[in-house]
Design a protein around this ligand. Structure first.
Ligand code: TXA
Ligand code: MG
Length: 324
């Protein structure tokens, strides 16, 4: 069955069309990265501003080398350690990559995703796939085929269903400047893991005023119901909060436990056992679930600021920043 779907996907992509693809991080909206028209269509379907460059997906390091003009040693080590996997490397681009893909930047973001279906598809194609997350710009990234179908289903001819995403948050974006290593976006590979291979690494998250990595716009990944970060350990906090919105209009997204003051069906626990990877895997589906309820507010809390907790907190802060 997969074979036929893959052939159908191949045909659509060869003709310049778009396909929803599973990856280990989130679902992507994929098109031929070498075809400027297909790339333009990606921006159009996502309603994405042209200044926000795309990630190019390949199936092997050899294929990546066709599209980058330099591949520093640290980058190669990271690639060998984490590909296929949730790591994106920003490297100098060759002219083969259309300017539209990189929003005119001289660098291109590349990665090898870790999903058997998508790796199989990539191996069948003689071009790489440009793919942003398959959500309307600014909304929560999709971690199931159903999420993609709900929002973009009528605009794309095919979504490959590869099951729920195993990592659940986007790839970590790493770049290099003058022999130094930088993380431009926190994601599925933690700072600690990057540093084990690359040594000292600085987190340099770009802001809206410097749209080098506009996936990093302050308000992003945002639900429609306002999300607010609170400290649930503060005494008397629920008395205060429930004065602003009644319990039946309040949702909660906490790390390890539900709270008794709010109906249980309006609460999601990210990981009862306090496991960061499990929390990351559940995060976006939880936000979508709560966002679909008739609520006035969703309360959430930050996780400990280490390992994948950092990336989860980054998404929560962005999701919350349009809440005020
Ligand atoms: O996990 C992922 O990376 C997913 C899956 C589908 O692979 N893709 C994804 O794509 O998250 P998107 O488009 O939602 O985010 C891509 C990010 C943006 O923040 C963009 O600004 C940054 O990559 N980016 C792309 N090219 C860049 C470049 N040349 N320099 C710096 N940042 C770049
Ligand atoms: Mg995105």
């Amino acid at each position: 069955m997969n074979e036929q779907l893959l052939l159908k996907a191949k045909k659509i992509l060869e003709e310049g069309g778009l396909v929803g693809i599973p990856t280990e991080t989130v679902y992507g909206l994929a098109g031929n990265a070498l075809n400027a028209q297909a790339v333009a269509r990606i921006f159009e379907v996502k309603n994405r501003p042209a200044f926000d460059p795309l990630i190019v997906h390949c199936y092997s390091i050899d294929q990546v080398k066709k599209y980058v003009s330099a591949f520093p040693e640290t980058a190669q080590k990271l690639a060998q350690s984490f590909w296929p996997g949730p790591l994106t490397l920003v490297l100098p681009k060759k002219d083969l990559i259309p300017d539209l893909v990189t929003s005119g930047l001289e660098s291109v973001a590349v990665r090898i995703p870790k999903h058997p279906l998508t790796l199989q598809l990539l191996a069948m194609l003689d071009f790489p796939l440009a793919a942003p997350s398959a959500n309307p710009f600014g909304y929560i990234s999709p971690t199931t085929a159903q999420h993609v179908r709900q929002q973009l289903g009528d605009q794309i001819p095919l979504i490959l269903d590869g099951g729920p995403c195993q990592t659940g948050i986007e790839s970590t974006i790493v770049g290099f400047q003058k022999d130094k290593t930088f993380i431009y976006r926190l994601g599925g590979i933690s700072l600690e893991e990057v540093e084990k291979i690359a040594g000292k690494t600085e987190i340099q998250i770009h802001s809206a005023s410097h749209p080098h990595t506009p996936g990093m716009l302050k308000s992003h990944y945002a639900p429609k119901v306002p999300l607010k970060i609170v400290d649930i350990e503060v005494e008397g906090i629920w008395e205060e909060l429930l004065k602003k919105h009644p319990a039946e209009k309040t949702g909660a997204l906490f790390f390890r436990r539900k709270i008794p003051q709010i109906p249980a069906a309006q609460q999601i626990v990210l990981s009862e056992k306090g496991d960061f990877a499990e929390a990351a895997r559940n995060l976006f589906a939880a936000l979508r679930y709560l966002d679909a309820l008739p609520l006035e507010v969703i309360y959430t809390e930050l996780l400990p600021e280490s390992s994948l907790g950092r990336a989860i907190n980054d998404r929560l802060r962005r999701a919350a920043s349009s809440g005020d």
